[in-house]
Design a protein around this ligand. Structure first.
Ligand code: B3K
Ligand code: ZN
Length: 844
């Protein structure tokens, strides 16, 4: 397989003036007729006429109305073309029904839908399938289906056909088509300039009652983008379609967003609080792409973070505004450390802007998305809110209609601020998580902090240059009062000191407030200082962080030295639990422990070989100790956090439920699940029902509830995904693989459906002690299923290969077992490019 390099970029030799497509839909023999006007690109050096096309059955092709006989390879088509402008036409046949890769045009539950990003359009027809080729599209869809959709505004329609025209030039990856027997949940929106927009969420029959929340989220997003970024919607209609078989969360096709049904359908009875929050965020994310992604797109796929990092950043701002900013920040950092730090610290590490790839679908990663968003957050911290706003205005004004680059993006910031961002740019080009160590000194009222940055080598990048790290810092005195409110230190060298004078006593520093940079902070400190910050820090993030550090040091001491749970930690957490001045969601987050895989990473960074079973047991022991220590308070907190009245997914009641569930979970370690059984029996929403079930399964007393849950929900595929996943995640380590194995034999298991596959096998991979159980059964089971799925759906297979990326952390026996499975998969004949790239990188 061929590696594509950023440095080899050249523009396409032609420009596309406009595109006309006609689809004659049939499950195994859809005809796609195209008429495309090309003209030579004045910016190109060459004139080779090559169109991408894969798995297409070409019926005929014409140039300027005359038949041609192009030469065809598995990758595309080349033809002799006249000088100057010309019209290319062709007809191809494709088979949506047998397209199990879910890329291109495919079928899901009887409906037609498309997924073209990154390179799926070439499975629909011959076309220059690259993001820098932008054009207007006119699309005619013919079929017997009541709903026939494509991008842009509706033009004419009649019995069994509909025509759509998209006036905004777009790359092919934003093309979409949907056809089926769907029901619309309609609404309207008036934009800031008074334009009336028709809104619809299209769903299968039976799902109509799960659209209202998504629709509200869409309207909130539209209002927010007008208010905060001055961005108005630009078509007469905005459609969202829910699809059951989908490789990722959702897709921002122009005017026709396609969603995994799990990321748009919501009801109190079937969705948890976390589902509601995620749905709101994803609807916002896809909507925000209309400007950051669609109106301004990427020149090439190396620039993916240009749209993804920025759009993730924007959706996190949106969620912070809709809910609680500190809760959102803490949750994002938990996620970043869990997924992105693992990637950055292992064989799959790559820069936010990679400079090479084999299969671009393998680069829709936590690094490109979440670290990409962190980089934007840092930029905003460095330049300030006002200049950030100015730079964004200039970006939208200058690059509207462009396929842009990271250089273009940084340029607007340089122009607006007069800064040189050369050093800052290393965040885009250099992989790996910087380690930031800090030393302090205090003498005669003078306080000095000396920072040093070091980034370990990553694949292909042995040496790392220093980056610009914004460090948000505050200083507290010994009473806990803030003597220095938050200020931003610009750490732009390998080593740098910062000094303050006139201090009455040695201050306690609160470093990296709000997690102002995605780095690993290394500081010689102790549990006394951590407990002090946990009690006094005025920065909510760092207060949480202090509790987290305390939990970590307690657990590490238990794991490494067999120590008992630290009494100071238990007291600190009891104080948190009782602290009614803290909102419930924050208290729930503080009571949470670092994940077992995060502990593994910390241990292995210290040169200790982690034992997954020992880590699991330490966590259980600590939770039991917390429950005992909090025994009297837990029932009171649980009672206080009961929410009266009809269900609302808003942050406040959701936060209360979260704390109640945390209290219930701890308490159930002492009451044998009694209170959880009661909650399960009276639950009238999914949050309370499934949390109780999870607790009961963990306590091994939930068999009756588990089958009751099945009987109640077997008709609802999204709830059944939860039923599959929960049994695996709540299993004891020694049972996890066996339970997952059994579930894959259940009649409702369908490996072709990515949601069901991920619910079951993804839950296994996420069960740290279960997946890494010394029997090796977890490794073998996952490998078996990846081998089965690869020929069917390479994208989902490749994504799940990441479960093996941490192999180097473990003992030799586990390493050998993992590598044997990796090699077994790699030895499969005709392994997809996706999977083979992932495993080859993991192995290196
Ligand atoms: N842009 C899409 C992701 C496409 C993934 C292709 N393998 C969804 C999003 O980020 O909004
Ligand atoms: Zn996105």
């Amino acid at each position: 397989p061929q590696t594509i390099f950023l440095k080899d970029y050249t523009p396409f030799d032609y420009i596309v003036q406009d595109v006309h497509l006609t689809f004659k839909l049939a499950p195994r023999a859809t005809r796609v007729i195209s008429r495309i006007r090309f003209a030579p690109n004045p910016d190109a050096s060459d004139t080779t006429f090559f169109l991408h096309g894969e798995q297409l059955d070409l019926k005929w092709a014409k140039i300027n109305g005359a038949d041609i006989a192009p030469s065809i390879t598995p990758e595309g088509l080349t033809a002799e073309v006249p000088e100057g402008a010309f019209t290319f036409e062709c007809e191809v046949e494709i088979s949506p029904e047998t397209n199990t890769a879910l890329e291109g045009l495919y079928m899901s539950g009887g409906m037609y839908c498309t997924q073209c990003e990154a390179e799926g359009f070439r499975k629909i027809t011959y076309y220059p399938d690259r993001p820098d080729v932008m054009s207007t599209f006119t699309v005619r869809v013919e079929g017997p289906h009541p709903v026939l959709l494509s991008n842009g505004n509706p033009a004419t329609s009649g019995e069994h056909f509909a025509e759509w025209h998209d006036p905004w030039p777009k790359p092919a990856y934003l093309f979409a088509l949907v056809a089926g027997d769907l029901i619309a949940h309609p609404d309207r929106f008036t934009t800031m300039s008074g334009k009336d927009v028709e809104l619809n969420i299209y769903v299968r029959k039976g799902d109509e009652n799960k659209c209202a929340f998504g629709m509200e989220a869409l309207k909130k997003s539209m209002t927010w983008d007008e208010k905060v970024y001055g961005r108005e919607y630009d078509l007469d209609i905005f459609n969202i379609v829910a699809v059951d078989d989908f490789n990722m969360g959702a897709m921002e096709n122009k005017g026709l967003n396609v969603f995994n049904s799990s990321c748009v359908l919501a009801s109190p009875e079937t969705s948890t609080d976390a589902n509601f929050e995620r749905i709101e965020a994803i609807i916002a994310h896809e909507y925000f792409h209309n400007w950051t992604g669609n109106r301004i797109t990427c020149r090439d796929w190396f620039q993916l973070c240009l749209k993804e990092g920025l759009t993730v950043y924007r959706d996190s701002q949106f969620t912070s505004d809709m809910r609680s900013a500190s809760v959102k920040r803490i949750s994002d950092v938990i996620d970043l450390r869990g997924r992105q730090f693992a990637e950055d610290g292992g064989p799959l590490a790559h820069p936010v802007r990679p400079d090479r790839f084999v299969e671009i679908n393998n680069f829709y990663t936590a690094t490109v998305y979440e670290k990409g968003a962190e980089v934007i957050g840092m930029l905003k911290t460095l330049v300030g809110d006002a200049d950030y706003a100015k730079a964004l205005d200039l970006y939208f004004e200058r690059h509207d209609g462009d396929a842009a680059t990271i250089e273009d993006w940084l340029q607007v910031f340089e122009e607006v601020t007069g800064r040189n961002l050369k050093r800052f740019k290393r965040w885009y080009t250099s992989a790996g998580t910087p380690q930031l160590s800090v030393k302090e000194s205090f003498k005669n009222g003078r306080y000095k902090l000396t920072f040093r940055q070091e980034t370990p080598p990553t694949p292909g990048q042995p040496q790392k240059k220093p980056r610009v790290i914004p460090i948000a810092l505050g200083l507290l005195d010994e009473s806990g009062a803030e003597v220095l409110p938050t200020q931003i230190l610009e750490m732009d060298k390998r080593q740098k000191s910062f000094k303050w004078k006139g201090l009455a006593s040695k201050p306690v520093p609160s470093i990296l407030r709000g997690f102002s940079a995605p780095v690993i902070l290394k500081r010689d400190t102790d549990d006394v200082e951590r407990a002090f910050l946990l009690a006094h820090d005025t920065d909510p993030f760092n207060r949480w962080e202090a509790g987290r550090e305390l939990a970590k040091s307690t657990l590490l001491n238990m794991i490494e030295n067999g120590a008992p749970p630290n009494a100071g930690y238990l007291d600190g957490m009891l104080a948190v639990l009782r602290d009614d001045t803290l909102d419930p969601a924050t208290r729930a987050l503080m009571l949470g422990l670092p994940s077992q895989s995060e502990l593994t990473q910390t241990l292995s960074d210290k040169g200790v070989v982690p034992d997954p079973q020992a880590i699991y047991e330490a966590v259980q022991t600590l939770k039991l100790a917390m429950a005992q220590h909090m025994q009297d308070t837990l029932p009171r907190v649980y009672a206080q956090c009961q929410v009266e009245g009809p269900y609302s997914p808003d942050a406040e009641p959701a936060g209360k439920r979260e704390l109640a569930i945390a209290a219930l979970g701890l308490g159930s370690r002492l009451d044998g699940g009694k209170a959880a059984k009661e909650q399960f029996a009276r639950a009238d929403n999914m949050t309370l029902q499934i949390s109780a079930l999870a607790i009961l399964l963990r306590q091994k007393v939930g068999d009756a509830e588990l089958s009751g849950f099945y009987e109640q929900w077997k008709h609802d595929r999204l709830v059944m995904d939860k039923w599959f996943g929960l049994q695996v995640s709540a299993a004891a380590p020694e049972d996890a693989a066996e339970i997952a194995d059994k579930l894959t034999q259940h009649p409702d298991f369908d490996h072709k459906n990515p949601n069901r596959f991920r619910a079951t096998l993804g839950a296994l991979a996420a069960h740290h002690a279960g997946f890494h159980h010394i029997s090796g059964r977890g490794y073998t089971l996952l490998a078996d299923w990846l081998i089965t799925l690869d020929p069917i759906n390479p994208q989902t297979t490749a994504r799940m290969c990441a479960a093996f990326q941490t192999w180097k952390r473990y003992d030799l026996k586990r390493q050998e077992m993992i590598l044997a499975e990796v090699d077994r998969i790699l030895a499969q004949p005709n392994l997809s490019r996706d999977t083979s790239e992932m495993l080859t990188r993991i192995r290196s």
